[in-house]
Write a protein of this length. Structure first.
Length: 208
């Protein structure tokens, strides 16, 4: 696993958000990569692009302090599990002087797409993110079904369309963040994200 991660341009580490063991393993993979000379950018789903200025300001002022990074981006106030369970990932990144990136779309962009669809985005933005290309029918149907199940089957599957659009936006923006991060100094990129965004059939890897 360490060799495969070190050889890959993009490494996507899915998780259950509330499982500390997953975060310990993510930190281990990152450490194994840096031990083999890799210096990837590290992108977090849990930090949205609207928080990028706060993230950058914190890292400029506290480049070696992983403990305060979570509070600086209102980690737990935004509903994510205890920052201390994610802290080992940030510690591994900062110890190797790796860039940390905000990977999720901003709340404003997410709300806009949820309410109005992709047509509300600038045409160039839509094209750059690959959102002009529809998901294959089977994958879209599966996504709608899973979203419905995630809401206890209380809504018809057809009503899941706006949520599916938001899911696609997140996947596409995270992929775009990885690409941009990997280009800097040709360093590659690692994504810390929920398991649903790590799926190869329709999630971040599909957009990459």
């Amino acid at each position: 696993l360490a060799r495969a991660a070190a050889d890959a341009r993009f490494v996507i580490l899915g998780e259950r958000h509330d499982n500390p063991d997953h975060h310990a393993l993510q930190a281990w993979v990152l450490g194994a990569m840096t031990a083999q000379g890799r210096t990837p950018a590290v992108a977090f789903e849990m930090i949205d692009q609207g928080q990028a200025p706060a993230l950058e300001a914190y890292l400029n002022d506290h480049p070696n302090d992983a403990g305060g990074l979570g509070p600086a981006v209102e980690w737990e106030d935004r509903g994510w599990p205890d920052w201390d369970s994610y802290r080992p990932i940030a510690e591994a990144a900062l110890a190797a002087d790796l860039p940390i990136l905000a990977a999720n779309p901003s709340r404003e962009e997410t709300r806009t797409v949820g309410r109005q669809g992709f047509g509300a985005l600038d045409a160039d933005r839509t094209a750059a993110l690959g959102l002009e290309t529809p998901l294959p029918e089977a994958q879209r149907d599966q996504l709608l079904s899973e979203l419905r199940e995630g809401h206890c089957n209380l809504m018809p599957k057809d009503a899941m369309g706006p949520m599916a659009n938001v899911q696609r936006l997140r996947d596409a923006v995270m992929a775009d963040t990885l690409i941009a991060g990997a280009k800097a100094q040709d360093r590659g990129a690692v994504l810390i994200t929920g398991g649903g965004h790590a799926r190869a059939d329709r999630a971040v890897p599909w957009y990459l």
